[in-house]
Design a protein around this ligand. Structure first.
Ligand code: PGA
Length: 234
């Protein structure tokens, strides 16, 4: 089977764009293509039998948490996945390792598969702290069920910047993540790469055997590009 492709729309696209998207990107690859739109658009994709993921989930199970969506609710909608710990959530919403850990707990105990994002900033990379940071972020995994968790290695400096690490750097980070996960009893964890994946670099990135797929932001917004990326990674 080809690589897993996660489309993270973030806070983009209008209803009109969404309808056009669904028309262009058919559900030909439902086993490996997951769309994460803004929550309000989710029913459109579910009606078309897409695999759908949330971009975030509440750490609480229910109650007075205005604006939040719980894993219990997502599961009742037959949503398959949720992204947790995206660097934009960590940066703009101050998500802590403890909070992220609770979110992972909520998701896995409600049958949602987790796309757990980790990655270093440029400063951290320049001061040779990448492995230390990845190790720290992976602490959110403690005592979780491994089979429901996929790790997305997303260097913060590569997100939305057109910069990507070398294939060698991605392989090294991926092998480090897999080794660390084994310490938590997670064997054969799947690791995705995310950060400025686009049509120009997808063939090069796709040659990395150690990764299981890609988390794609900017390039996923264009349905024609998405179709081409799905083809290359098939
Ligand atoms: P990008 O975003 O592809 O636009 O760099 C990736 C992400 O934030 O998941």
């Amino acid at each position: 089977m080809g690589k897993i492709i996660i489309a993270n729309f973030k806070m983009n696209l209008s209803l009109e764009d969404i309808k056009k998207y669904i028309e262009i990107v058919s559900t030909a690859d439902p086993d490996r293509f997951v769309v994460c739109p803004s929550n309000i658009y989710i029913p459109y994709f579910l009606n078309e039998n897409y695999k759908v993921g949330l971009q975030n989930i509440s750490y609480a199970s229910k109650g007075a948490y205005t604006g939040e969506v719980s894993a219990v609710q997502a599961s009742s909608m037959k949503i398959d996945y949720t992204i947790i710990g995206h660097s934009e959530r960590r940066q703009y919403f101050n998500e802590s390792i403890e909070e992220i850990s609770k979110k992972i707990e909520q998701a896995t105990s409600n049958n949602l598969k987790v796309i757990f994002c980790i990655g270093e900033t440029l400063d951290q990379r320049d001061s040779n702290k990448t492995e230390e940071i990845l190790k720290k972020q992976l602490e959110s995994l403690m005592q979780k069920k491994s089979k429901d968790i996929i790790i997305a290695y997303e260097p913060v400096w590569a997100i939305g910047t057109s910069l990507t690490p070398s294939n060698e750097d991605i392989v090294n980070a991926t092998l480090f993540i897999k080794k660390e996960c084994q310490n938590y009893g997670f064997d054969n964890v799947e690791v995705l790469y995310g950060g400025s994946v686009n049509l120009d670099n997808i063939e090069t990135l796709n040659s990395i055997k150690e990764i299981s797929g890609f988390l794609i932001g900017g390039a996923s917004l264009d349905p024609e590009k998405m179709l081409k990326i799905l083809k290359v990674t098939r």
